[in-house]
Design a protein around this ligand. Structure first.
Ligand code: TYM
Length: 344
């Protein structure tokens, strides 16, 4: 990751590149979200102009219990901050507090094709999973995500692999709009970590680790206790072999190696050497302890933040104002271009 960050770093005199990303508050934040997204955001805050949202509008494409959703919005913001995102250096905000997202989302719906949305793998997967609730929002969700990105004229969008297709669609929508109306949107690029862009379930290592997984042993939450983290790694599904080595047919071990690599910076060969002659048991324990220890400071900070709702709300309010100011500029440009009246 460090390498990609260095390569993409702007020269000192250039304006800072703009970064936009977000996480849905639709479940516990997992180490997949952490490795694939949040920790990379924290690494970018010095060199880039960063805007990060809690993507609550996206969450209601799947039914949510209102009280739980409300709690998770606070939790997600607290996790951002506990993982090192400074609300002064970054714009941290809650999507539903900035009306321009829904407003541009609607406009972009009208520039996004039915065929494009039908090809989105996440839509196909989620419509299988939530057969009883294949609502219009679930279908048009990528256009709202494009609005999130394009409102801030983002250059880079740091995401895990599962969101790459949506960022590519945002590029297509932006290009289409620019072709019709002239230069309006910056064309964003997806930005993925080299290791850990797709962390797999600990229970079914051929499946992505997902915060909405009902099996508690499949996921490790960033805020799980040390004991829970170690227990979950001890139970992680591997294979009938015993050699810690990256290879075909070893999905469980490959995944644990990727997690270990993400937290230690060691490459796969170095990890194989470290555990040569040791069994999976020792390896799993080492991964569990490494992850738990690495996350311990964030957990402490998170607990303190969650006790101070008033402070979290002040961050939300300030972030929403700063985000809205920037978003409004793009939205009024778009409104003017499509022919809406925008009195001065
Ligand atoms: P979401 O909430 O599903 O996931 C948040 C981020 O975590 C990454 N991620 C993973 N990375 C590695 N391994 C995994 N197992 C894993 N699971 C999730 C995701 O790729 C993502 O980067 N639609 C988005 C949220 C969103 C957004 C945006 C993202 C809304 N607006 C604008 C970027 C830009 C989503 O549902 O992510």
């Amino acid at each position: 990751m460090e390498e990609i960050i260095r390569n993409a770093a702007p020269a000192a005199e250039e304006p800072k590149k703009i970064i936009l990303s977000g996480i849905q508050p639709s479940g516990i934040i997992t180490i997949g979200n952490y490795i694939g997204a949040v920790r990379n955001w924290a690494a970018m805050q010095e060199e880039y102009d960063c805007v990060y949202c809690v993507a609550d509008l996206h969450s209601i494409t799947v039914r949510q219990d209102p009280a739980t959703l409300r709690r998770r919005i606070y939790e997600t913001l607290a996790i951002y901050m506990a993982c090192g995102l400074d609300p002064e250096k970054n714009v941290l905000f809650v999507q539903s507090m900035v009306p321009a997202h829904a407003q541009l989302g609607w406009v972009l719906d009208c520039y996004t094709m039915f065929g494009e949305l039908s090809r989105m793998t996440q839509f196909k997967d989620k419509s299988k999973k939530y057969e009883q609730n294949i609502n219009a929002g679930l279908f048009t969700y990528p256009a709202l995500m494009a609005a999130d990105i394009l409102l801030y004229q983002a250059d880079l969008v740091p995401v895990g692999i599962d969101q790459k297709q949506h960022v590519e669609l945002a590029r297509d929508i932006a290009n289409r709009f620019n072709q019709i109306y002239g230069d309006t949107f910056t064309i964003p690029e997806p930005y993925m970590p080299k290791v850990g862009a797709k962390i797999m379930s600990l229970a079914e290592p051929t499946k992505k680790m997902s915060k909405s997984d009902e099996n508690a042993n499949a996921t490790v939450a960033v805020m799980d206790t040390k004991d829970d983290i170690i227990r979950k790694f001890k139970r992680a599904v591997t294979d009938s072999g015993s050699e810690v080595r990256y290879g075909e047919g070893k999905d469980g071990v490959n995944n644990l190696m990727a997690i270990y690599s993400a937290f230690t910076g060691k490459d796969m060969d170095a990890i194989a050497d470290e555990f040569a002659g040791k069994g999976y048991g020792d390896f799993k324990l080492a991964v569990g302890e490494t992850v738990a220890d690495a996350l311990a400071p964030a957990r402490e900070k998170y607990e303190a933040l969650m006790k101070d709702k008033a402070y979290l709300e002040s961050v939300m309010k300030d972030g929403a104002e700063r985000a809205a100011y920037r978003a409004r500029k793009t939205l009024s440009k778009v409104y003017r271009k499509v022919g809406f009246v925008q009195p001065k």
